[in-house]
Write a protein that binds this ligand. Sequence first.
Ligand code: KIV
Length: 290
Amino acid sequence: MSDTPPRYASWTQGKLPLPELQEMKRRGEKIVMVTAYDAPSSRLADAAGVDLILVGDSSGMVMHGRESTVPVTLDEIVFMTQWVTRGAKRPIVIADMPFGSYETSDEQAIGNAVRLVKEGGADAVKVERGGTSVARAKAIVDAGIPVMGHVGLTPQTATVLGGFKAQGRTAGRAKELIADALALQAAGCFAVVLEAVPDAVARAATKALAVPTIGIGAGAATDGQVLVWHDLLGYSEGHAPRFVKRYGEIGAAIVDALGRYADDVRSGAFPEEQHTYAMPEAELKTFERT
Ligand code: KIV
């Protein structure tokens, strides 16, 4: 880990300015994004020099043990965004709009995006898919809230896509996917996530788009990368997707620490004197007499 975050042309202190992302793309500097769901994690991501933090609806799966992101509610994302924005000072914090919070109408989308910014403290929001989401993205941008797009494998509609599997693997689907990304850019999105798409498709999309692309399972050509906190730190239950690289074994470290704690409690080795409160001598004597 570097001691200090990289120096940016237009950044000296405080929040990373949103237009800097476009500058980073222009300069060929990779953008680093990670998910986080609470204050200590976002503080650590900030300390590590991460540029973007996503309060992802992946929380439903990695934090709350659900089978998919679909049941995640707006209230949950608002609540977690409040924690994350307390911990992260420099990174731009993006709150995911969960399934059902933006599909119905522009009014619904704007109202819920406003909640994420006003109550959660998010700097920006993210919507999944092209199609009807393009108009929603435009409506939210027009209301003054920055929007990140997300195409390829969009977990909120994984059932329609045939499950959690790579997208854009035929020439036709690849073209549609890039058209969706371009439409989101035209709607005003400041960046687009490309999830689980072939390297060649991500490369073409990154070339076609003026705004940065952030890849997850999309190869090395995208302008930035995002991984889910629990996957990258080895804190996940079950099998991680093939695009995940584990940079830590936090789950194993926790089991080890808890096992040692349990042993110490059972053997009486914990707590020791240093973990225990004493009483003034005179009070103790009175207490023992009465
Ligand atoms: O919810 C999430 O964590 C995401 C990322 C995988 C991009 O959408």
